[in-house]
Design a protein. Structure first.
Length: 278
């Protein structure tokens, strides 16, 4: 029987930023990390992501992949900072080979921004690999796989991801919504996942929204029945005491409102939902 590797035995999802573009003292812009033994992958990297990585004890040199759901700045702004770091860091600082992943057209979008800001951000990062994903494409990182699902958000090519990994003795799956309004694809992305990390940005309203409300997330969870539900990407309006709790009255599954630093164990012995940043 094949022995499980270290990556398969100790895997967790770290919620680095649970906030939005609205300034908040305790909630940074959207950013998450999938963390194994000595390796990590960023899923979105809004402003401040690199500092939250450091606070979480995750070294930049361990990041193998940076995966982006869409082109709104509160989900990718710190990619520019990371490109700046890689372009101008002292030579003695190791620059690992990294892969940048995003929806179709993402690389060209970043290039246009960099050309306007500092062309060296691209010229000095020629060692990066760029991958554009369309809905249905699978990113095989070796230590995890991520399948892209189409989400509905503004008029963007927005993606959610079904992320899977583990060994022969313990397979796991996590669904990450990115940004989306209610849609059938979100339900299918999340169906039967061990964990659903879902945006829950706005208060319930009779008006159409490009984001999820607590009531909308509840309907998705009732249909998809994930093992655990983690709410993130929270505008201040949805943090009014009691609003989220009322939406989940009677819900039989496990759920929590994430804080910056919440850790979700996907394998290994760490208890779920531990918050290591306080």
């Amino acid at each position: 029987m094949r022995a499980a590797t270290a990556h398969e035995e100790a895997m967790e999802w770290v919620v680095l930023g649970t906030g939005t573009m609205v300034p908040h003292a305790e909630r940074g812009c959207a950013s998450h990390a999938l963390v194994g033994d000595g390796v990590a992958a960023l899923f979105d990297a809004g402003s401040g992501a690199k500092d939250r990585l450091a606070r979480a004890g995750i070294g930049l040199d361990s990041v193998t992949h940076l995966v982006f759901s869409h082109t709104h700045l509160d989900h990718w702004a710190d990619l520019l900072t990371l490109l700046f770091f890689r372009a101008y860091a002292p030579v003695e600082i190791r620059r690992p080979r990294q892969v940048i992943v995003g929806p179709t057209g993402f690389r060209e979008h970043v290039r246009r921004v960099c050309d306007a800001a500092d062309s060296a951000l691209i010229e000095r990062n020629e060692d990066l690999e760029w991958i554009d994903l369309a809905a249905g494409d699978v990113l095989d990182a070796g230590w995890f796989k991520a399948t892209a699902w189409p989400m509905t958000h503004c008029d963007l090519r927005a993606l959610g991801f079904r992320i899977e990994g583990g060994g022969a003795s313990r397979r796991w799956s996590l669904a990450y919504s990115g940004d989306t309004e209610p849609c059938d694809s979100l339900v299918e992305l999340s169906r039967g996942a061990d964990c659903l990390v879902c945006e829950c940005a706005v208060a319930p309203s009779d008006k159409p929204s490009v984001h999820m409300s607590p009531d909308g997330v509840r309907r998705v969870a009732d249909a998809a029945r994930p093992g655990k539900l983690v709410l993130t990407h929270l505008y201040p309006e949805v943090l009014v005491p009691g609003m989220i709790e009322r939406a989940f009255e009677g819900y039989e599954g496990e759920w929590l409102v994430a804080s910056d630093g919440t850790r979700i164990a996907l394998s290994g012995d760490q208890p779920p939902g531990e918050n290591m940043m306080g």
